[in-house]
Design a protein. Structure first.
Length: 217
């Protein structure tokens, strides 16, 4: 019989539990989490809870308050603006670079991710839709071949997922529109029209900031 996998360390279990709940917005911005409640929820002592919360604070998801607990930080307008601005800089470059020429395996992978988004949308799994959405863009960035930009883009992952779920909860009609816009990006890439692909990416990514400000539906 194969050896069973070693148990996950307690701090990692707490970290995974809290992070998933924050990204899924089960713990929304403004929620105060206490060490005792989290220890009970995960079935561990308070020591690994503190370790996990410190790590999540370093990632910008929580703010620790001694003897009180950890406050889940809301997504700020400035954070949204910063993420969108960074994404536009990276993705404009990436979509042009990846399409020169567009490799067949990238087309296949993007088609798979579009199908995933459609399936998750039918199932009503917003977090899975957001993950597939983010992967669609990340795949293009990765195929641009610049490892430094890929790592920078990966650092935005958690913020993108959280914002994506928030936008879809507030604007359910955006799920279908996002999928349509992804299909338009892919069609432009297939046609070898890098300028059109870049325009599609710019309009699609910029929409996040507009939607959060409540200026579009």
């Amino acid at each position: 019989m194969p050896a069973s996998a070693p148990p996950q360390p307690a701090a990692e279990r707490v970290y995974a539990h809290v992070k998933e709940a924050v990204l899924d917005r089960r713990y929304e911005g403004g929620t105060l989490l206490t060490e005792g409640e989290l220890a009970q929820a995960v079935g561990v002592s308070r020591t690994p809870v503190r370790e996990a919360l410190l790590k999540l604070e370093m990632e910008g998801l929580l703010k620790l308050y001694p003897k009180k607990g950890a406050l889940v930080l809301a997504v700020s307008a400035q954070e949204i603006a910063d993420v969108v601005e960074t994404r536009l800089l990276v993705e404009d470059f990436a979509v042009r670079k990846a399409a020169a020429p567009l490799p067949a395996h990238l087309v296949e992978r993007l088609e798979e991710l579009l199908d995933e988004q459609r399936r998750h949308a039918r199932e009503g799994d917003l977090r899975a839709v957001a993950v597939s959405d983010r992967c669609f863009h990340a795949e293009i960035v990765r195929h641009a071949g610049n490892q430094i930009l890929s790592k920078l883009y990966d650092q935005l992952r958690d913020r993108q997922l959280r914002m994506g779920v928030a936008v879809m909860e507030a604007h359910p009609d955006r799920i279908a529109k996002n999928i349509t816009e992804h299909a338009e990006i892919l069609a432009a890439l297939r046609d070898g029209d890098t300028d059109r692909a870049a325009r599609c990416v710019h309009a699609h990514v910029s929409r996040v900031k507009v939607l959060v400000r409540g200026e579009d539906r």
